[in-house]
Design a protein around this ligand. Structure first.
Ligand code: ADP
Ligand code: ZN
Ligand code: ZN
Length: 729
């Protein structure tokens, strides 16, 4: 081998393990291809995206069989060594090819070969002649205030979500659009003082976290709702920003937490960037690049923001760490909280996981000494926690899912001037359309599930695959016109409640009523302002909102969570009840929480009443220990689906046999049909792997997956691996 031979190893975005070797593009040396830059390389019959991993002196292939890189897309490394290291961990832990993992870490626009140029940032400036308060619009008044507290100018990034308000203000001549002045990096380092002085608990938590800020440590900030966790994050951010660092803040769903984004960006005008799936590809590309350049000092984002490159990353915050949306449910099924912890560990920085209802996994990590526990037990603004009560509805007359005592209690609160919040995790009018004559129900033609009635739209909708058809007048099996719609969804309950309480303004918040852009924000604003007196919603309503006027919160269908075949359902139910409870009585008025159930004696509900979340967590932990379920064991789920049920089953059966033939400390359960046996026309099966030792499970998977890929049984079968599955479906 001659000394000037230059071989470049590339991680190619293809479903194959391993690095691939190329020679530099024509006329270039290997030194000109930075590690971490994107390339396009010939691969199979076509071209693929790749990331340069390094230079190589030799290859197992003869040199004249190596192809040249087709094109080099970046002059600089797009992924820093630290980012590639994180990718390597992901590839190992989730058993995915490194090239695909690195590609998934990029925003779509860059994955597709988009450039790294940034447009001149645009923004808005307030006119001197604008009034100090808009006479009618609270939103406009608030914006005017924000403009003035930030020197009269705000960038589009600061103002995301306010387009409609800005247009209205522009039409009155109050604000103008401008290209923002560049220079000095263009970013404010200036923190707006907070005006809040932390209480003792908050102060203690902050000093604890900051005392070890030069090294990795993981903190579980377990603070009841309203205890001031967000103020702790903000104080930590102040410290990091003052020292020139960057902060990554992960949140479950941006659209559900506009207040949180607002609180961060009002403290650091121009320095906060938001990243979530509702943005255009280009907007995400720009936010990503601003972070990559270090211009964005605080990144607030959902799940995939955990990969954002941050050269000066100094702190990670994961808010509502227990939330299920942190788990990716397709492709590489990563858990953003767990990835965040690994990232903090690799970078040697602190990470704070915050929640009022921590996951059992995180509580277990505290027990094991891996995380340090910080508690906030008092509500910061002095409000008391609401009183919780189980409402036994056995043998009580029910009016469309509402018991008489509940209706009475609602009336009491409404008449006394309070707000009422009802929680029902099921949208649509009714969960099924039943035939009274033959007993059949209208089911989706593609899935093994009944279709949900959406009556106002006169449609049947499948909540699994999205299929729709017109609401039939006759049973499709027997032709009878005696059709029944049993059960309640939020759409039906809206009708019922408006019929019962016509004099009180009502707001329904679920996926169906918030499709239009800005609808959710408008509804939340009406709810917060107390204009809507009765609020009804799905879990959208349970997450992170502050409704100071709510005095009664109601969980309508607790029974569903107590009887599920998913072992995590009870944990989720408790988290949900405590979160819903946290919405009530935040201000001076004490709140009340009612849980409607046919199981008032259920040990979990009893534990909740007597000892709150802590007692429930303890009880659940005990059950998991006895059943040897996570966090006391480690799971991986293999899922397979095919048009022909026999094929998905055969593939998983072979997996089961293969594993049984291996001397490993891993148990296999199944294969069994998935809880939803058929979805979108495919039959689904699953095989669960469990082990007390994580390494044993991963070693086995390392060997199993290449085998599976080579089996004839795998052809024509769509299969996937889910490490640490959250959803058993
Ligand atoms: P959490 O994130 O734990 O739900 P927040 O940080 O949103 O709690 O605080 C709840 C409310 O209490 C907010 O209105 C916040 O402004 C207020 N608050 C938090 N900390 C303090 C404090 N130290 N002094 C006064 N008010 C506070
Ligand atoms: Zn029928
Ligand atoms: Zn369907």
């Amino acid at each position: 081998m001659t000394p000037d031979v230059q071989i470049i190893s590339v991680a190619v975005a293809a479903p194959l393990e391993g690095e691939f070797h190329y020679v530099p593009p024509a006329g270039m040396t290997a030194e000109a291809c930075p590690v971490g830059a994107r390339v396009r390389v010939p691969f199979g019959a076509g071209e693929r995206l790749g990331i340069v991993l390094g230079r190589q002196d030799g290859s197992s292939l003869p040199l004249d069989e190596l192809k040249p890189i087709a094109s080099l897309l970046d002059e600089d490394a797009l992924l820093a060594p630290a980012d590639i290291r994180l990718g390597e961990w992901l590839a190992r832990y989730y058993h995915a090819p490194l090239g695909e993992v690195l590609a998934q870490m990029l925003p779509v626009a860059l994955r597709d070969g988009g450039g790294m140029d940034l447009p001149v940032p645009q923004g808005w400036v307030v006119d001197d002649a604008a009034p100090h308060a808009a006479s009618r619009s609270r939103l406009q008044t608030a914006l005017l205030e924000r403009f003035r507290s930030s020197g009269g100018m705000l960038s589009d990034a600061d103002l995301s979500g306010h387009a409609a308000t800005l247009r209205a203000m522009r039409d009155k001549g109050w604000v103008r659009r401008i290209a923002l002045p560049q220079g000095g990096g263009g970013v404010a380092d200036a923190l707006v003082p907070s005006g809040v002085s932390l209480n003792e608990e908050q102060q203690a938590a902050c000093s604890m976290i900051l005392s070890g800020r030069e090294a990795f440590s993981a903190f579980l900030l377990h603070g009841i709702t309203g205890s001031g966790k967000t103020e702790v994050y903000l104080a930590l951010m102040d410290d990091v920003i003052a020292r020139g660092g960057q902060v990554l803040v992960l949140v479950p769903e941006i659209s559900l937490t506009p207040q949180l984004v607002e609180r961060f960006s009002s403290r650091l005008p121009g320095g906060v960037v938001v990243l979530h799936s509702g943005m255009t590809d280009n907007a995400r590309r720009e936010a990503w690049i601003r972070s990559w350049k270090g211009q964005a000092r605080v990144i607030i984002g959902t799940r995939s923001a955990v990969f954002t490159p941050m050269p000066r990353l100094a702190l990670i915050v994961v808010d509502e760490e227990h939330d299920g949306s942190y788990k990716q449910q397709e492709g590489m099924r990563y858990h953003a909280r767990d990835v965040a912890v690994v990232r903090a560990m690799q970078r040697g920085i602190p990470i704070v996981l915050g929640s009022a209802t921590p996951s059992l996994e995180s509580l277990f990590n505290v027990e094991q000494g891996r995380y340090r526990l910080l508690r906030l037990k008092k509500r910061a603004a002095g409000a008391r926690l609401p009183r919780m009560e189980v409402l036994d509805v056995r043998r009580r007359p029910m009016h469309e899912g509402l018991s008489a005592p509940l209706i009475e209690r609602m009336r009491d609160h409404l008449v006394a001037g309070g707000q009422v919040l009802l929680f029902l995790n099921r949208r649509g009018f009714a969960p099924a359309l039943l035939c009274h004559a033959c007993g059949g129900h209208e089911s989706c033609r593609q899935c093994s599930a009944p279709m949900t009635v959406h009556r106002s739209r006169h449609r049947l909708v499948c909540h699994h695959c999205g299929a729709e058809r017109p609401l039939p007048r006759h049973c499709s099996a027997c032709g009878s016109s005696e059709l029944d719609m049993p059960g309640q969804g939020t759409e039906r309950l809206e009708m019922v409640i408006q019929g019962l309480f016509p004099e009180f303004p009502f707001e329904r918040i679920d996926r169906d009523t918030t499709r239009r852009k800005g609808a959710l924000e408008a509804k939340l604003a009406r709810a917060r302002a107390g204009e809507a007196r009765i609020l009804l919603g799905t879990q959208m309503l349970a997450k992170g909102h502050d409704f100071p006027g709510v005095t009664l919160a109601v969980v309508l269908d607790a029974d569903r969570g107590l009887f599920s075949n998913d072992f995590r359902a009870p944990e989720r139910l408790v988290q949900l009840i405590v979160q819903v409870a946290g919405r009530a009585g935040r201000a001076e008025r004490p709140g009340e929480v009612l849980i409607q159930t046919h199981q008032p004696e259920h040990p979990l509900l009893q534990a909740l009443l007597r000892g709150g979340f802590d007692a429930c967590a303890k009880a659940l932990m005990h059950e998991r220990r006895l059943a040897n379920l996570p966090p006391f064991s480690h799971l991986a789920m293999l899922r397979a689906e095919a048009r022909d049920a026999a094929r998905s089953l055969a593939m998983l059966e072979r997996c089961g046999e293969w594993i049984a033939s291996m001397p490993a400390d891993v148990h296999v359960y199944g294969p069994v049909p998935a809880p939803l046996e058929r979805r979108a026309g495919r039959f689904r099966h699953q095989l669960m792997l469990s082990s007390r030792r994580r390494e044993a499970l991963h070693l086995l998977l390392d060997r199993l997956l290449p085998a599976v890929r080579s089996w004839p049984e795998s052809r024509g079968v769509r299969w996937s691996l889910d490490v640490d599955p959250q959803d058993m479906g």
